[in-house]
Structure formats: structure tokens, C-alpha cells
Design a protein around this ligand. Structure first.
Ligand SMILES: NC(=O)C1=CN([C@@H]2O[C@H](COP(=O)(O)OP(=O)(O)OC[C@H]3O[C@@H](n4cnc5c(N)ncnc54)[C@H](O)[C@@H]3O)[C@@H](O)[C@H]2O)C=CC1
Ligand SMILES: CC/C=C\C[C@H](O)/C=C/C=C\C=C\C=C\C(=O)[C@@H](O)C/C=C\CCC(=O)O
Length: 266
């Protein structure tokens, strides 16, 4: 049995946006290592299909699907409670749910940033030693848009910058406060999921829709990743106990690697 299999066997994870794309790949990777997974997602039909797939692949008792809009604070709180009530504990939270919408950009901030903060704080309530719990790991999902900003996605870019800043800061707070919880962030480049198709839609891109060919040129230039490599990176962020406040980048050119920051000058 590998270290990762030992580290994950019997652990309970909650994955937001877990019904498809990167989130579903994360759920499958964790289930492969005999963890238990709560898939939290807005999309009921896709979520129920996902649950059928996971049942077929990993057995009916290994996962649950919870229909939940992460921007609804009470629903998200209930999703965490239902997970703990069902599986008896929570060890891992992956705040993955995200959208790309520059037309209704307030929604993008709500899903991509505000809900990541909410999900982090809710996870801490169920995992942190400050709440009498046993510890755990949180992974928040940012993007390479935070390193190569997209003129066609200004608000999306802002949310992904914000996820990195929040995660690095709360990770330091967790260490200083001896929460027993490690908190890391992953920044994928382009990944072959439904999200990428949003560039074709004026309803998503708004006034930036005219730039869609430029985005496609970037995808051609930088390549498009398979969701499975993002799941591999997130699994590392979960199991490597030396990682807290880590900023993982995943690109076609360099694969899984980490961003390093200049040490704070006096
Ligand atoms: N696809 C890409 O190129 C990249 C994606 N990302 C990030 O990865 C994360 C996952 O995105 P993908 O898997 O690519 O997209 P996706 O669109 O395939 O999956 C996102 C999932 O999140 C769910 N979701 C959306 N809004 C929600 C809400 N309010 N409440 C609950 N669930 C909600 C959707 O129903 C969907 O199942 C996002 O945070 C995205 O910004 C980061 C870098 C690259
Ligand atoms: C419509 C698509 C919406 C979201 C997809 C995703 O979140 C957005 C990604 C935006 C930019 C991706 C940039 C990818 C860059 C690379 O792959 C690198 O190899 C090269 C570029 C810069 C490296 C800079 C650095 O590493 O600091």
C-alpha cells in the first residue's frame, strides 16, 4: 500500500463543483484511494449522473451527492453538516466550484471568491482544533489566470488572484493558531472541461465576447490539460504534510510545479 493510499483510506472529503470536470476528477481520484466523498454541486441532473458513475466505479456507500448552490450560505453550511452526519467526520475540503461570467460578474465573485472563503471557514469549523476537531486539509482552486491575467476575463482573473491571497493568509493563520489544518491552492492552466466552452457564449463573456479568438490562440499556445492531472496535483496538496500555504501551478509546459515568492524583506 502506497503512502497516499494509507493517508487517504477512510478519510472523508467534500468537493464543491464535484459533479463534473475537475471536481469529478478529484472525487474519482480520492475514491480510488478508498476515501469517502461528498459531491456538492448546483446541477442536480449532472450530480445524479455523477453519483451513478461513482457508485458503479467505487460502490454505493463510498459517496453521496448533495445538491447545493455554494453561494447560498445556509445551504453550504447544511452541505457540510450533512456530510459529517452521513460519514461521521470531515478530513478534506476542496473548494472547486467556479464559473466564468463577465456579463453577470457579481455572480462570478460570489461563486469563485466569496464561496471559497465561506467553504474554507465552514471546513475549519468541522476540522480545526480551535473548534475541538482533529485537523484536516483544505484545497482551494485558483487558476493560472492569476499569473497570466486575461484581458477578456478581468473579473474572473480578480477572483483567482483573490483565492491565492486568501489561501496564503489563512494558511499562515492556521499555522499560527495551531488549527491542525493545512490550506493550499492549485492554479491550473487551461483544462478540458465544460468551463472552457463558456468563451463561445456572449451570455458568459459579455463585452469581451469579441476577444474569444484571442483566448483560443492562448489555448493553442499553452495547450489544454486533462482534468486528471489537476486531480493528481490536488491529491499531492492533500497528502504531502509538508505543504501549507503552497501555491501549486499546473501547466502543459511545466506540469505540476510550485510558485515561489521572494521572502518578506525586513
Ligand atoms: N477549465 C479550466 O480551464 C480551468 C478551471 N479552473 C477552475 O477549476 C474549477 C472547476 O472548473 P471546471 O471543472 O473547469 O468547470 P466545470 O464547469 O466543468 O465544473 C464546474 C462545476 O461547478 C458547479 N458549480 C458552478 N456554480 C456552482 C454553484 N454556485 N454552486 C455549486 N456548484 C456550482 C457546476 O455545476 C459544475 O459541475 C473552477 O473554480 C475553475 O475556475 C481553473 C483553471 C483552469
Ligand atoms: C474561458 C477560460 C476560463 C478559465 C480557464 C482558466 O482559469 C484561465 C486560464 C488563463 C490563463 C492561462 C495561462 C496559462 C499559462 C501557461 O500555461 C504557462 O505555461 C505560460 C505562461 C505564463 C507563466 C507565468 C508563470 O508561470 O508565472
Amino acid at each position: 500500500m502506497t503512502f497516499e493510499e494509507m493517508a487517504l483510506r477512510g478519510k472523508v472529503a467534500l468537493v464543491t463543483g464535484g459533479a463534473q470536470g475537475i471536481g469529478k476528477a478529484v472525487a474519482e481520484a480520492l475514491l480510488q484511494k478508498e476515501a469517502k466523498v461528498a459531491v456538492v454541486d448546483l446541477n442536480q441532473s449532472v450530480g445524479e449522473e455523477c453519483k451513478k458513475d461513482l457508485d458503479q466505479g467505487f460502490g454505493e456507500g463510498s459517496s453521496i451527492f448533495i445538491e447545493c448552490d455554494v453561494t447560498d450560505g445556509e445551504k453550504l453550511k447544511d452541505a457540510f453538516k450533512s456530510t459529517v452526519n452521513h460519514f461521521g467526520r470531515l478530513d478534506i475540503a476542496v473548494n472547486n466550484a467556479g464559473i466564468n461570467n463577465e456579463k453577470y460578474w457579481e455572480k462570478t465573485i460570489d461563486v469563485n471568491l466569496t464561496s471559497v472563503v465561506k467553504g474554507t471557514y465552514l471546513a475549519l469549523e468541522h476540522m480545526s482544533k480551535e473548534h475541538g476537531k482533529e485537523g484536516g486539509v483544505i484545497v482551494n482552486v485558483s487558476s493560472m489566470a492569476a499569473f497570466l491575467h486575461s484581458p477578456h476575463q478581468p473579473v474572473y482573473t480578480a477572483t483567482k488572484y483573490g483565492v491565492i491571497g486568501f489561501t496564503r493568509a489563512i494558511a499562515d493563520a492556521a499555522a499560527m493558531g495551531n488549527y491542525g489544518v493545512r490550506i493550499n491552492v492549485v492554479c491550473p492552466a487551461f483544462v478540458d472541461t465544460t468551463l472552457l466552452q463558456s468563451i463561445e457564449l456572449e451570455d458568459n463573456m459579455g463585452k469581451y465576447h469579441k476577444f474569444k479568438d484571442e483566448i483560443k490562440q492562448r489555448m493553442d499556445k499553452f495547450g489544454v490539460l486533462d482534468p486528471s492531472i489537476i486531480a493528481e496535483g490536488i491529491q499531492t496538496l492533500i497528502t504531502d504534510e509538508s505543504l501549507n500555504g503552497a501555491v501549486m501551478k499546473i501547466t502543459c509546459s511545466k506540469g505540476i510545479h510550485f510558485h515561489t515568492y521572494e521572502p518578506l524583506s525586513a
